[in-house]
Write a protein that binds this ligand. Structure first.
Ligand code: NDP
Length: 352
């Protein structure tokens, strides 16, 4: 028997789609992915510390709740609780992995089936359609929800890798207000709208003392209005024609950056407590090339306004894989819900 719906991806979009599909008795099958860069179990939130902007999770004794909700055999996957305490108990905003484990648990509670597998190919021409796992037999299915997300681009330095979550981040909106960055000078890398927006966001935080915007050329790519906002901001200083050569740290946290010049000036060191990389994202769509309509950056294109339909009948897309603009956990979860509702209606209309 073909599946009703196969969900590819296990970030907020994938789990939200699974929760809705499962509660509609569609018995969804989720391909969670393995640890390849394209199919990261639990999505990008697996790399995030506290998520302070996910509605419904204010600071609190999150740990007790997470441990009470998530099956014991997955507690090993939970990161240590941050050290902030109030009245002797942990008091913090939900961490990325905790939030994803909660969503996964919610999907499991309604009998979602999960496979720890990557999907490496799809066959949309056969009827029913087929998804092809890396190891194992092709699976037949009436509908598919693509929720494979997008991954933030990094500079690719070893020192950058060593300080991820210790001062290196790819999301100022997610991480900028964390106590780790309070009272420190911060750096944003990039020259597009994201970089300029992130620099302005950070500079507007009371907790940031100064923000350096580091760009490899002498002209920003960002829109004029956003440029002006950043260039006129009293707390933002431009570092033109500079690239990060090395992230400096004390072994525990970022303490500075070594910047090389792209126009032959001497190398300099900058004291900062955080580096926010904003040099674009790459959608996880390489296994779909030529099979679905995508924009020039490889993001899946929705074929109807305010619907999650794609160019292929029965294939829906949710989350960052179809969104190069908002890219928030909450927006991904929202479109995951939409995709499941779209699937439910599609199946009903096609008599499945
Ligand atoms: P962009 O691709 O527009 O910009 C990426 C920036 O990163 C460029 O300035 C690029 O430099 C720089 N860069 C790329 N690779 C490297 C590298 N290895 N080292 C150093 N610098 C590097 O991506 P964005 O994420 O900024 O924007 C994506 C899309 O989202 C755009 O269409 C943008 O307009 C939109 N957006 C809109 C916003 C808004 O309107 N509020 C907010 C955020 C994004 P170079 O310029 O030299 O190529």
């Amino acid at each position: 028997m073909p599946e009703n719906v196969v969900i590819i991806g296990s970030g907020p979009a994938g789990w939200s789609a699974a929760i809705y599909a499962a509660r509609a008795s569609l018995n969804p099958l989720v391909f969670e992915g393995t640890v390849k860069p394209e199919m990261i179990p639990l999505g990008q939130l697996a790399f995030t510390t506290e998520v302070e902007n996910y509605p419904g999770f204010p600071f609190g004794n999150v740990r007790a709740f997470v441990e009470s909700a998530v099956d014991k055999d997955r507690h090993w996957n939970l990161p240590p609780a941050p050290d902030h305490k109030r009245d002797g108990v942990h008091h913090y905003a939900v961490q990325g992995v905790e939030l994803m484990e909660l969503m996964k648990q919610q999907a499991l509670n309604f009998d979602t089936r999960v496979m720890e597998e990557d999907i490496i190919d799809v066959d949309f021409d056969s009827s029913p359609m087929r998804v092809i796992p890396a190891n194992g037999e092709p699976i037949e299915t009436h509908t598919i929800i693509i929720a494979t997300g997008a991954r933030a681009n990094y500079l690719g330095l070893d020192s950058e890798d060593a300080y991820k979550n210790k001062g290196v981040s790819a999301c100022a909106v997610c991480d900028g207000a964390l106590p780790l960055f309070h009272g420190k000078s911060l750096a944003v890398i990039g020259g597009g709208d994201s970089a300029v927006e992130e620099a302005t966001y950070l500079a507007n935080l009371q907790s940031a003392s100064k923000v350096y915007l580091i760009h490899r050329r002498d002209q920003l790519r960002a829109s004029k209005i956003m440029q002006e906002r950043a260039l006129n901001h009293p707390k933002i200083e431009m570092k033109w024609n500079r690239e990060v050569e090395e992230v400096l740290g004390d072994g525990n946290l970022v303490t500075g950056l070594k910047l090389k010049s792209t126009v032959g000036e001497p190398t300099e060191e900058l004291q900062v407590g955080g580096m926010f990389v904003a040099i674009g994202h790459t959608p996880n769509t390489s296994f779909l090339k030529g099979k679905l309509e995508m924009n020039e950056k490889g993001y899946i294109q929705w074929s109807k306004a305010f619907r999650t339909n794609t160019s292929q009948q029965g294939v829906f897309a949710a989350g960052d894989v179809a969104d190069d603009y908002y890219r928030q956990a909450i927006t991904s979860a929202g479109t995951g819900c939409m995709a499941a509702l779209d699937v439910e209606r599609f199946l009903a209309e096609h008599g499945h």
